[in-house]
Design a protein around this ligand. Sequence first.
Ligand SMILES: [Zn+2]
Length: 219
Amino acid sequence: MTINHHPSEESIARYAAGRLEAGPALVLSVHLAGCPHCRGLLRTFEAVGGALIEDMPPAEMAEDALEVALARLDADAQRPARRVSAPQQLAPRLGDVELPAALAGCEIGPWRWMGPGFRLSRVRLPGEPDANILLMRISAGRKMPEHGHTGREFTQILSGSFSDSNGRYRAGDLAEEDSETEHQPIVDRESECICLAAVEGRMKLQGFVARMVQPLLGF
Ligand SMILES: [Zn+2]
């Protein structure tokens, strides 16, 4: 599988630092599982992050430093993990579609008909009620819903392909779009396209699809 479209280095760095929102982090983890190039970058960012911490001059220890550090560790343990690792389970399925192993721990809703040639399933990540993660299934030759978004949007192609002004995206590719882009990808004619998508912030869908989808997402 040749991968031509990758997440930005900034997003991989944020993933490495655990600073990517849960939804985008899940989508990135699916890309990373299939992309040695991005896994290499991730290792670099992790190494640099560790080196930065080691290079910091030792600060004079306050008397309660240990207590403070332990309290911080407790707080970290209670916080839901931002990094999503693939559970050791068989790949989950949704009907006839085999899904990435990273979705094994998620609650995956049924395919809902959203319009001709367009079906959607809501993915819920345990402990992350605000994460907007969707599986999209769009028929060959169809336009994907026109939309903008308030934050970055991450779309991992699971099967099939689509094209937009940035080129052609095939299985294994990740499309990362910033909030400036108003884009309307078109699924290629050969086969349907199944994608996993998440946005930072809120999605702003337009027109008919928006009226169908927004109640489903609880906007
Ligand atoms: Zn990649």
